[in-house]
Design a protein around this ligand. Structure first.
Ligand code: ADP
Length: 752
């Protein structure tokens, strides 16, 4: 269902109230009318009926009196006493009496009930009148007042006996017709419409309004008559041709009923008019309500709509959103409070943004600091490690060899700590490099444990590598990061395991058209970790307790880095462990399938693959390096490997040397005074343009932050060796370019 606006709700509500009022009022009015009709009209009708009865009694009394006095007229009595009545002279006497009586019907009968005279021109007055109501009674001396019907006519009659000394001689009957005139009289007397029914048909009627035609034609009042016959004394409501009447019946004789009625319309009409007025009034109110709603809508609806729009704008980031407060009432307050709130939000957001900018600046400063520190620490460390390595190859006493080995190991530990701190900072800054290369997981596992082999042998623990057959032989992934995780797990496992074994299990847990989700688990039989301590793992700088640090060393960063690396590679990591029984550290990571067309990754050339010593002497290497110790170290390494080389102390000198002499490879430091390695490389490449020549240039740099490799390649260098490097790393890079078959004018080899 659609949402109703406030305006519509107010409108509908008001309408409902008004319509409800109209309906209830009209219902109440109907009930009132009913009650009024039942009580008031009934009593009015009853009064009318009583009036009729009084009138009938008086009229009947008068008529009876008249009949009695006529019966005592001596002339009549004399005539009646005559044995053989002369009809003609009787008619003469009767006619003259008729004048006196003034009644339309005058009937004389003898003592046996035979008709002597009647005043009507027509009529079926048979010879005997004994059949007529009252005659038998009159002949035994009781007077009678009642009704006689005569064909279509109907009379109110009174009869009295003419007597001499108690002997009945005959009788006189006087009658007035129950006709329209009589009905009109009755209407005046009773105050009601009058209808006389005889034998089921209307005999006569006098109504204030026109008589309904159907009533004139016959009788629709039969239910009333039936009720009357049943003796009930209640008023009846009837509907005759849309005319509603309230009626009561008075029985005149066996076949004749007088109906007194009153049209209900007259009574109901004022009520109907009132109802009509109330309805009109209701509609008027409804119209007013409509107008009021319009005003309310303006007053309430619009500000609320504006407020809702402004709130929506605010929610969608328009911090300047505001409303125009209307008036001094609650709605106005709402608007003002909204504006206050919006301004506060605006201020807060501005403040937060400012803080974020400051934080960003601080983070950038931190990154810069780290880059600098990294460079500054790596450069001397390169010297320390390099010379240690070189020293180990000289003739040393056992004691000296032990000292140098220890110094070298310490240097390597220091490098690994610096690497961890750097990695962690890079992850935090989102600046960690993920270079995808082709690799073999089996080889990777072998290599990860290789440096630990001496310790493993020392501790007499067994190492078991187990790669599930489903693990593809070659895949594409961030191999250096996988190696980092593996080395961390491996060195921890070796570090915390005194006896027993270490088992590494690699498997594929999911695969799709793109690649695989690898899972590698390293299980050891070492000291284990309590459940409580496990919770703290994988968070930066968390070691299970201080004693392990003192006993085993470490920064507590390894697992935190592992977790981040695994997540960055679309996987996750975890641990299951039992104190004293050992631990299983596992991680998952996504790797890609090697595309079918791709060539197998070039195997890293080992030193034995390199060209022979005689060839080497043909090739010359230019080393551009400003740091004298590094120059010396590189020189020693290259010389030992049999490579001929020359030095330049900065970019400018390098260019000069290249101009005067021919070289087959340049080892280029990036940061040098006067002209840095990037600029020197760019110039070399610019000079080569169009000649078809390509002098391989390998960067030697302590800058290992993200983007440094890209910067080197972008400047035109072909490869990259980060400081501090190991002797093999440097020689491998040299071999890549100057190995058998590599020519100075060949295109650049694929950079890995
Ligand atoms: P660290 O560089 O100190 O080793 P890690 O993050 O790699 O930092 O490890 C954090 C801590 O987790 C360790 O100091 C050690 O307490 C616990 N831990 C890691 N690996 C193991 C393991 N295989 N067995 C027992 N404890 C371990």
């Amino acid at each position: 269902m659609q949402r109703l606006s406030i305006r519509h709700r107010i409108f509908v509500g008001t309408m409902a109230v008004i319509l409800g009022f109209v309906v209830v009022t009209s219902f109440v009015m109907d009930r009132l009318v009913e009650r009024f009709l039942d009580r008031e009209l009934s009593s009015v009708l009853a009064r009318g009926e009583a009036a009729y009865h009084r009138f009938a009694a008086i009229r009947g009394g008068l008529l009876g009196e008249k009949a009695r006095s006529m019966a005592q007229v001596p002339q009549l009595r004399a005539l009646l006493n005559t044995p053989e009545i002369d009809e003609e002279s009787f008619a003469f006497t009767a006619d003259s009496m008729k004048e006196v009586a003034g009644a339309p019907l005058l009937v004389f009968g003898d003592a046996r009930g035979n008709l002597l005279y009647h005043s009507l021109d027509r009529g079926e007055y048979g010879a005997s009148l004994l059949e007529r109501p009252g005659v038998a009674a009159v002949l035994v001396g009781r007077p009678y007042t009642g009704f006689w019907s005569d064909g279509d006519a109907f009379y109110l009659v009174s009869a009295a006996a003419a007597t001499i000394e108690g002997e009945v001689l005959g009788f006189v009957c006087l009658g007035y017709p129950v006709d329209e005139e009589a009905a009109a009289d009755l209407r005046h007397i009773t105050g009601h419409d009058v209808t006389v029914l005889h034998d089921g048909a209307v005999l006569t009627a006098s109504w204030e309004d026109e008589l309904p035609p159907s009533l004139a034609a016959g009788s629709s009042l039969s239910p009333l008559i039936e009720q009357e016959l049943n003796g009930a004394r209640e008023n009846v409501r009837l509907e005759i041709e849309n005319l509603e009447i309230l009626a009561t019946a008075v029985r005149l004789d066996d076949e004749t009923v007088l109906v007194l009625s009153r049209p209900l319309n007259d009574v109901v009409r004022p009520f109907a008019a009132a109802k009509h007025n109330i309805t009109l009034l209701g509609l008027g109110f409804a119209l007013l309500a409509l107008l009021a709603c319009e005003r309310l809508a303006k007053r309430i609806g619009r500000p609320i709509q504006a407020l809702s729009r402004a709130a929506d704008d605010l929610a969608h980031g328009d911090l300047a959103a505001k409303v125009e407060p209307t008036g001094e009432d609650e709605i106005g307050d709402l608007g003002r409070h909204f504006n206050d709130m919006a301004r506060r939000i605006e201020a807060l957001v501005a403040e937060t943004n400012e803080k974020a900018r400051a934080a960003q600046a601080a983070s950038e400063a931190k990154s810069l600091f780290l880059a600098t520190m990294s460079h500054e620490i790596r450069t001397p460390l390169n010297g320390v490690l390099g010379f240690n390595e070189l020293l180990l190859e000289t003739d040393l006493t056992d004691e000296q060899r032990e000292f140098v080995t220890t110094a070298k190991r310490s240097g390597e530990d220091l490098l690994s700590i610096i690497n961890d701190i750097l990695d962690f900072s890079k992850i935090e800054a989102g600046k960690l490099e993920f270079e995808e290369v082709e690799f073999s997981l089996r080889t990777l596992l072998d290599h990860a444990f290789e440096p630990l082999q001496p310790v493993i042998r020392n501790k007499e623990i067994e190492l078991h590598l187990d790669v599930a057959p489903a693990v593809p032989d070659r895949c594409l992934g961030a191999v250096s990061r996988l190696r980092q995780i593996l080395q961390n797990y491996a060195s921890n496992a070796v570090k915390f395991t005194m006896r027993g074994g270490i088992r590494v299990r690699a498997e594929v847990v999911a695969k799709d058209s793109d690649g695989f989700l690898l899972r590698v688990a390293v299980t050891d039989t070492g000291i284990g970790i309590s459940a409580e301590d496990q919770e703290r793992l994988f968070h930066p700088f968390s070691q299970v307790d201080g004693t392990t640090t003192r006993r085993f060393g470490g920064t507590g960063l390894g697992l935190a880095i592992t977790r981040n690396l695994a997540e960055l590679m679309g996987g996750t990591c975890g641990v299951e462990s039992e104190p004293g029984a050992g631990s299983t550290f596992w991680f998952t990571a996504r790797v890609k399938r090697v595309p079918d067309a791709a060539q197998p990754a070039p195997a890293l050339p080992s030193r034995s693959d390199a060209t022979g010593d005689c060839e080497r002497r043909d090739k010359r290497i230019l080393v551009a390096e400003d740091h004298p110790i590094n120059r010396r170290m590189v020189s020693l390494i290259l010389k030992k490997a049999g490579w001929e080389h020359a030095f330049a102390e900065d970019g400018e000198e390098a260019l000069a040397r290249l101009a005067e002499d021919s070289f087959d490879l340049v080892l280029m430091d990036c940061q040098m005074p006067n002209m840095d390695g990037f600029e020197a490389t760019r110039r070399i490449r610019a000079d080569e343009e169009g000649t078809g020549k390509h002098l391989p240039i390998v960067a030697l740099t302590a800058n290992t932050m993200r983007g440094d490799r890209e910067a080197c390649l972008e400047a035109g260098m072909d490869d990259f060796v980060g400081k501090p490097f190991k002797r093999e790393e440097l020689l491998a890079a040299v071999d890549r370019f100057l190995g058998a078959g590599s020519l100075t004018d060949a295109g650049p080899p694929p950079s890995s």
